[in-house]
Design a binder for this molecule. Structure first.
Ligand code: SAH
Length: 347
């Protein structure tokens, strides 16, 4: 094994210069993948956890330059799911074996804190053996706390980029990396299993930016880390930028597995969008979660974060079976399990 990969495996860390060497070349990729897969098996065996993704609303008050549901996209037909529709999605998902529901949406103030709390409390009561994950963007400490007290367990909020100068290039001035980070630390403090992450190959991203992302994640110590390639959306200011790279994304999944052996790392829909086998490759590189879509089929195309998003035409059951086969084809197994984060094994 090369010294670099050996060191990352045994110390779960490298210097910035070493990370730069590892990330800037593909010569370490095969051994990185093999070692990352070994670590993943040590913690999670061949189990792959599924999270049923329910896309609540594509209304958003934000205007992120990369995102297809940004408020300035006037071409997009907007929708929001009713409380009843959300509960129906959970019912369908439960029957299919999902034990985690992820409620994600644009930052849509139509759902005030009381509404969210009431929906969370109802799901908590109906499906007491399930985890409830929220992904509703930036909120106050008090809002996060009230959702948690109503029964939510996990929260996904990608930091997008940890570098302040890069953050400004991806977001309008009213959004700041400081607030993003504040949210993430609040979530952890409240007791959520917290997820952060970033896009790979977002416009203007440098290797140094990615290293800053790794350093920020080391500081935050999240339970979940979501990364996926940037993919251009034709109605955004970034429509002409090129998509993130498959190989670099896979390399980063392996690197994340070695830095954070216990982490829950999804093979994302964006990864499956840039390559027909992207999700299988992601699982083989060290990811251990997939997030199939549970949203009603008639709204799926409208939750268009980027162009050509996959799985927008199938019923939830088809999605579930398709993924089961895909995951099995590379030697792993989708399990019916709440899929909580494992404790760190002391070396
Ligand atoms: N409003 C919620 C959900 C955002 S959508 C929040 O703020 O967390 C979920 C993720 O999709 C984002 O965090 C972003 O990293 C990713 N995403 C958005 N646009 C994208 C694009 N063009 N390409 C790839 N990923 C994108």
């Amino acid at each position: 094994m090369s010294e670099l990969v050996q060191k990352l495996f045994s110390e779960s860390d490298l210097t910035d210069i070493e990370f730069e060497r590892l990330l800037s070349s593909d010569i370490f990729d095969v051994e990185l993948r093999v070692v990352a897969d070994g670590v993943r098996r040590l913690y999670y065996g061949v189990d792959v956890y599924v999270r049923g993704l329910i896309e609540l609303s594509n209304y958003c008050r934000n205007d992120c330059f990369y995102c297809g549901i940004r408020r300035s996209n006037r071409e997009l037909e907007r929708y929001r799911l009713s409380r009843e529709e959300i509960l129906t999605c959970c019912g369908v998902g439960y029957e299919l074996g999902y034990r985690t529901f992820v409620l994600q949406g644009g930052e849509d103030n139509f759902y005030n804190d009381d509404t969210i709390c009431e929906i969370v409390a109802t799901i908590r009561k109906l499906y007491s053996d399930c985890a409830i994950t929220l992904s509703l963007g930036e909120k106050s400490y008090q809002s996060y706390k009230s959702f948690f007290d109503s029964g939510a367990n996990r929260y996904l909020l990608r930091h997008e980029t940890a570098d302040a100068e890069h953050y400004v290039k991806l977001h309008p001035a009213e959004m700041t990396i400081d607030n993003r980070k504040r949210c993430l630390f609040d979530l952890k403090q409240i007791g959520y299993q917290t997820g952060a992450g970033f896009m790979v190959g977002s416009p203007y991203q440098t290797v140094q930016n990615i290293i800053s992302d790794l350093r920020f994640l080391q500081e935050l110590q999240p339970a979940m880390i979501g990364i996926g390639p940037f993919i251009a959306h034709h109605q955004t200011p970034f429509q002409f930028f090129k998509n993130g790279d498959l190989k670099l994304t896979l390399r980063l999944i392996s690197v994340l597995r070695l830095i954070f052996p216990y982490a829950l790392i999804p093979a994302t829909t964006a990864l499956g969008t840039i390559d027909p086998y992207g999700r299988e490759l992601g699982i083989a590189a060290g990811a251990n979660v997939v997030m199939p879509n549970l949203s009603p089929v008639n709204v799926r195309k409208k939750y268009e974060l980027y162009d050509n998003k996959i799985c927008t035409g199938e019923e939830a059951a088809e999605c579930r079976h398709c993924l089961e086969k895909r995951i099995a084809s590379v030697g792993y197994k989708i399990v019916t399990d709440i899929g909580n984060v494992k404790e760190k094994i002391k070396k």
